[in-house]
Design a protein around this ligand. Sequence first.
Ligand code: SAM
Length: 399
Amino acid sequence: MSSRDAPRAPAPPHHSGSAPATEAGPSSVPLAATVSAPLSAPLSAPLSASLSAPLPPPLATDLPAGLATHLPPPRPEACFDAGWLALRRAADSAARARELERCAADWLRQRRMDAPQGRPLRLVDLGCGSGANPCHLATRLPGPQQWTLIDHDPGLLAHAHAACAGLRDAAGEPARVATRCQDLAGLDAHALAGTDLVCASALLDLVDAAWLDRLADACAATGSALLVTLSVDGHWYFRPDTADGPTDAVPGPADRSVDPAADAATEAAAAAPADDSFVRAAFNTHQRRDKGLGAALGPDAAPALATRLRARGFAVQLAPSPWRLALADPAQADLARALIDGWRDAASAQRPDASARIAAWHARRIAACGPGGGTLEVGHVDLFATPPARHLTRPPTGA
Ligand SMILES: C[S@@+](CC[C@H](N)C(=O)[O-])C[C@H]1O[C@@H](n2cnc3c(N)ncnc32)[C@H](O)[C@@H]1O
């Protein structure tokens, strides 16, 4: 999910669009927006080493445009505002661990060589939101690509459909894109059968340990690799600037200037580290609340997934992907303010007894968002994992 555990309600910027989701791109693959059914379904085929397996059929009736809006709405705490997702997009893009993207591209090139002639690479994006992840990844990965974007929010899927309409792979060829409106609660091997790369960004902190087990089992069964990016690690820090650049040091009174904005930043830096720790702890506890996918693992999710994948024979790489928000930059300061608001809201919900302390912390940190405010660093981790080598072997012909 997000660095800010940002549910749609109650305050802005939490609302998403409401248009229906449909298939995008040049393909005629019939995977357009489906009823919000659980992903689990009876298995209809063996799932091992499924390089040549077809994608499973849609799990519920395809809907014509306009009908998806009658679906039962997802629970508010698992809904995300399209404006928030847009706000974080540039920071996400800058933060992603490029070396893991290159590993994923190399692995897919090998996979394509082992796959039957003409078969596209099949990529699934779980919790796609408004499509930021496929938009970022498509041009960095080889083709031909066939994407399936899954989310339970038809409004966000409509954004994803529009954003991904012109998606192209690394060779500049159009990618096929389909959207599915489905709840990830029932994720299982059937849902991922035939997939080459399972992707997700800013999703993992929402899920519980049992869901990670199911994801790892499903990827092991189908032989899919995983690229799971921008999972929060629970750390964030405000770093004041110095002449030499950002630093951890907290300035003293001698550092005060005649600039009120700089003084606000200095005051925040001097007064707030203990309050930062307090708010961070409250926020991290709040983040573990159930948002529909069990007791959320929050910042523990990425290492927990790595452990589960390694136990199933996957080779797993983890790499940091922190946001480094320069508070002097207006756009990055906007993102920082939205984060600080979200942390305030979650921390206050978690520790109503400390609402005055949290409000004072919030006021200081908001006041420091601007020139002289330094940098807000928000920790994330990216994960790339490849299945055991047996999955790279082309199935015997004529078998
Ligand atoms: C923080 S957003 C990330 C969106 C997108 N991946 C990105 O990076 O911008 C988390 C996404 O997970 C989706 N989501 C949360 N719970 C879900 C569930 N149970 N089933 C399907 N999608 C879910 C939300 O609708 C939202 O789009």
